[in-house]
Design a protein around this ligand. Structure first.
Ligand SMILES: [Fe+2]
Length: 180
């Protein structure tokens, strides 16, 4: 069966109405990325790396491409999120915040065909592991762009408002943090 982003959004929206929305949405994602080539074939090579496919009060659905040489800054979502890989390897660098500082907790890799679920307390930085960009579907269980949420300074752990300007300014080359 062919894949379309419209059909995918419809399936996720339907799943989000189930009594256990997290489990149902995750199951849709697992089913979709079980055949990753179908999604890759429908993904434009050009255009924005991060594309919002849908958002309402209940759900935010994105398609995200990350580049291996760029680290996206540590940030929170304040929502449960399910990340389903369909090309390359997306790396989450996980942190906890203690005494106003960021404490590195470990990394999680999402390979093609895999789904990672993170809870609403999670703080992560993101990049692509390896030499090629990663591609994944991200489903946030609420209105991501309507929430006031934080970015965290790489060195000091200080919280700043999540704005596109701050997000861009706080990106780092992967070579800046070889320990990750
Ligand atoms: Fe994120």
């Amino acid at each position: 069966m062919s894949f379309s982003f419209e059909g995918f959004v419809d399936a996720v929206r339907e799943a989000a109405c189930e009594p256990d929305a997290n489990a149902a949405v995750r199951a849709v994602l697992e089913r979709c990325v079980a055949d990753p080539d179908r999604i890759r074939n429908q993904t434009p090579l050009e255009g924005d790396d991060e594309v919002m496919l849908f958002e309402d009060d209940k759900l935010s659905i994105w398609r995200c491409r990350f580049q291996p040489q760029v680290l996206m800054p540590p940030h929170e979502h304040k929502l449960d999120v399910h990340i389903a890989g369909y090309s390359g390897r997306e790396k989450s660098i996980l942190f906890k915040r203690r005494n106003d500082q960021l404490k590195f907790e470990g990394t999680e890799i999402v390979g093609s065909g895999e789904v990672l679920s993170l809870d609403d307390k999670c703080i992560h930085a993101v990049t692509a592991e390896g030499d090629v960009p990663s591609l994944a579907l991200h489903v946030y269980m609420g209105p991501l762009m309507q929430l006031k949420r934080g970015l965290y300074d790489w060195e000091t752990g200080e919280q700043v408002d999540f704005t596109l300007e701050n997000f861009d300014a706080m990106k780092r080359p992967a070579s800046a943090f070889p320990e990750f």
